[in-house]
Write a protein that binds this ligand. Sequence first.
Ligand code: ATP
Ligand code: MG
Length: 172
Amino acid sequence: NTGDPADFIATVIERFSGEITAKNMEVIFDKDDGSPICSYPFNVLEKVISNLLGNAIKYCPSGTTIRITSAITGTRLMIEVRDNGGGIPEKEQKKVFKRFYRGTNAAVGGTGIGLALVKELVELANGTIQLQSNPAGTTFIVTLPVRETVRTTEITALKGDTPILLLAEDDH
Ligand code: ATP
Ligand code: MG
C-alpha cells in the first residue's frame, strides 16, 4: 500500500472513538510532520494499531491517557503505543506474546491471541516489537520497513488565483 502511514494510523484510531469516549479516555496521536508518501505493509500496521490500542483501552482504567507516536527515520516506520494504566507484571511480560496467554488482569473477554498475532505479522514483515512495562504503564514499540516512493513537489504555478499542487512520482 502507498500513502502516508500516519494518515492511515489516524483512520484506525478513529474506529475506536466510541470505546475511547465510553471509558472517558484520551488518545493523543503524535505524528512527525512532513511524513513522506511511502509503501508500507498496511495490513500489518492495521493489526498493530487495532490490537495495541484495543488492549490499552481494555486493560487501562477509565480516564487514563493513551499516547500513540509515529515517526519515519530512513527506511523505518517507528510506532509507539504508550499507556498509563496498571502495567503488566514482570513475570508475565515474556509470556504475553505467546498464543492464548492471558494475564492476571484479563477479567474481560478475549482469547489471548492479539499480541501473538501482532508479533508474528510484524516479524514476517521484517519489523520488530518490544515491550516496556512497569506499574506506571505499558509501552509497545514497533518498527516496520517502509520505502519512500513519491516526493511531493509544490509548484507555485498560478492559474488565476489558484495555486496548483502537483504530486511528482519519483520512484527511487
Ligand atoms: P485478545 O487480544 O485475543 O482479545 P487478550 O487481549 O487477552 O485477548 P493479548 O492481546 O495477546 O490477548 O494480550 C495478552 C495479555 O497481555 C492480556 O490478557 C493482558 O493481560 C496483557 N496486556 C496486553 N496489553 C496490555 C496493556 N496495555 N496493559 C496491561 N495489560 C496488557
Ligand atoms: Mg488483545
